[in-house]
Design a protein around this ligand. Structure first.
Ligand SMILES: [Fe+2]
Length: 602
């Protein structure tokens, strides 16, 4: 049986495939460069014949950082929650101060103490031949003083500034944790081989350590703005000159609405109500935890006179807040997908409602299991053995333990299977580039790109882990969840009968091509200063600045669409008017929130 061909040119489909191929090829090369050019973790750091700390100290220290959920309190390389300090910057500042005062006491002729510190910190004294990093004795002493400092912070008798009392009881854990902070601070100043700036492009800024913005960072910032301006002009020219989208041609033929009486709810659609109930409950919890962390920022020590840190520390509330956001959004997506499929297929295979209820139970187990695990893990109750699997995995937005993470991925694939069962008929009949397939691809991308989070490893360096974390934060949340929303909204318009399939498909393809041209490589806008080579800064800045262009274009197209006959028909038809306005509002808030307010690195 021949498949139903595409109502628009096949070139849209080819264009989307080519856009993804190019984007992910470049991203593949950048992935290779991250592994190849990451700063080394030396076998040993030595000073005057004595070992200051070892490779294992740094990696185990990173695990302490993960286990206690410190990224949801402070940050490393500027990545994390911002109530606590940036530990890279803090270590760097305090150790630089220590060295300056030490060198002021024992001055060298011709070189001021500050110049000496800058020269020492920026000189890369790592020797690849024996995998050792050599430090001065003064620097080893600075490190010792910082271990003592972090003992006062993490073993404080009382909670202060949002840090809980007696946070990390093991003295050795604090020694390891400080080694991890020291390593990040070392990468922040030691010059990358062959360059005049550090592995992190001189981030964080620190005058005492000679960390100032690099020429490359300024040049690529300027180039990204030029690309934005030039790209905007070009896109407007082409879309003004050629009527590619062709809303105009479709104005003449009338739109036929689908009457509500024609639609009867299937068992799976009725089961979706429970999903939406759970999702709403999670949303309320997310809002409440959000209010609490806002209070922590205003009044970090007490909550209206009560020491809340002893029961609900900031890092745990923040973890719940970001995890609940992911959970309620995902649960709503699952619900919407399951709800829309019978409308598309016109029927529902047996057993869909049972699978839906199973999925809901699985989601509830993962949500509440992982939230409880994060609490237990970050309190140190799960010990060395289970923190990673059941507790707090330690990466902001990927906080849940590895077991929960795997279960969530399994649940998301089960969801795709449920959609596939329902969509089997339309998928068999339609061209691979038509609406049912677009829905299927968009759904499949959700578990696929969430799975990328499994590439983080407690034995890999922070640089590699942070890299994969941002694949999830950017590609999953900012690109593929958006794609699913676009397909859903477009499909709803089609099912309501207010938009023709050809128009909806064009919008989807336009969205894919324009967003992905900037968005896929633009993932790197999160990774300018976290130990990645300068290629990431260059491509990340340029492509992410260009991400704004499609937003402008889509707004422009939305106007011409609204002015077209389809919208006028909608205005007359009262029944669907508010549905349509709701969907338009989704687009407006999406533009304001994702486009204007938060296209910044986190
Ligand atoms: Fe992003």
């Amino acid at each position: 049986m021949a498949r139903v061909s595409m109502p628009i040119s096949n070139r849209w489909f080819q264009g989307a495939v080519i856009t993804y191929l190019i984007g992910f090829t470049v991203l593949g090369i950048l992935t290779y460069l991250v592994y190849r050019d990451q700063p080394p973790v030396p076998r040993e750091v030595v000073a005057g014949g004595k070992i200051v700390f070892t490779h294992d100290d740094v990696v185990n220290g990173m695990n302490v950082f993960q286990r206690y959920g410190l990224m949801e309190y402070g940050s490393v390389y500027g990545h994390g929650a911002y109530l606590g300090p940036d530990f890279t910057a803090e270590y760097l500042h305090k150790s630089s101060e220590f060295l300056v005062s030490r060198y002021q006491e024992a001055s060298q002729p011709g070189l001021s103490a500050r110049e000496r510190v800058v020269a020492e910190l920026h000189q890369n004294s790592y020797d690849p031949s024996d995998d050792r990093l050599r430090w001065s004795e003064a620097r080893a002493q600075a490190h010792e003083s910082l271990i003592e400092y972090y003992r006062t912070v993490f073993q404080s008798k009382s909670s202060r500034g949002g840090a809980q009392a007696n946070w990390i009881s093991d003295r050795d854990d604090i020694r390891r944790l400080t080694a991890f902070f020291a390593w990040t601070a070392w990468t922040a100043t030691a010059n990358r081989p062959g360059y005049t700036y550090s592995y992190t492009s001189n981030w964080p800024p620190e005058p005492l350590a000679g960390n100032f913005v690099t020429a490359d960072a300024i040049i690529w910032s300027i180039i990204s703005i030029i690309a934005l301006l030039g790209g905007t002009g070009l896109v407007f020219y082409f879309f003004g000159r050629y009527d590619w989208l062709g809303w105009g041609a479709e104005q003449s033929s009338p739109v036929r609405f689908r009457p509500v009486e024609d639609v009867a709810n299937t068992p799976a659609q009725r089961a979706v109500v429970w999903f939406l109930l759970v999702s709403s409950l999670l949303f309320v919890l997310q809002t409440l935890t959000g209010g609490l962390i806002a209070h922590y920022r205003a009044e970090p020590d007490v909550f209206f006179g009560i020491d809340l840190s002893s029961v609900l520390p900031f890092n745990i509330v923040r973890t719940w807040h970001v995890q609940l956001a992911i959970f309620w959004v995902s649960a709503s997506y699952l619900a919407t997908g399951i709800f829309i499929v019978p409308l598309i297929a016109g029927k529902e295979p047996r057993g869909q409602s049972v699978l839906t209820v199973m999925l809901l139970v699985a989601v509830a187990i993962v949500v509440f299991g992982s939230l409880a695990g994060e609490y237990a893990g970050a309190q140190g109750w799960l010990g060395e053995g289970f923190w990673f699997w059941l507790g707090h995995q330690g990466w902001e937005y990927l906080d849940l333990g590895r077991l929960w993470q795997i279960l969530l991925i399994v649940g998301l694939f089960l969801w795709v299977f449920i959609l596939f069962r329902g969509l089997r008929g339309p998928l068999r009949q339609q061209h691979f580039g038509n609406m049912p397939w677009m829905l299927f691809y968009a759904a499949l991308a959700i578990p696929a790109f969430y799975s990328v989070g499994l590439l983080t490893s407690p034995r890999a360096t922070f640089v590699v882990n942070d890299f994969w974390r941002f694949w999830v934060v950017h590609l999953w949340v900012e690109d593929f969840l958006e794609l699913f929303t676009t397909v859903m909204v477009a499909y709803m318009f089609v099912l309501l009968g207010v938009v023709r399939e050809a128009t909806a498909l064009r919008v989807i393809y336009l969205d894919i091509i324009l967003y992905s041209m900037g968005g896929v490589i633009g993932t790197m806008h999160h990774l300018y200063f976290s130990g990645t080579p300068v290629a990431h800064l260059a491509l990340g800045a340029t492509f992410s600045a260009m991400e704004v262009i499609p937003l402008m274009l889509l707004t422009l197209e939305a106007w011409s669409f609204i002015k077209s006959g389809e919208q006028r028909a909608v205005e007359r038809y009262h029944l669907h008017r508010w549905s349509v306005r709701f969907l338009v509002a989704v687009g407006v808030w999406n533009f304001l929130g994702a486009g204007v307010i938060t296209p910044t690195p986190r």
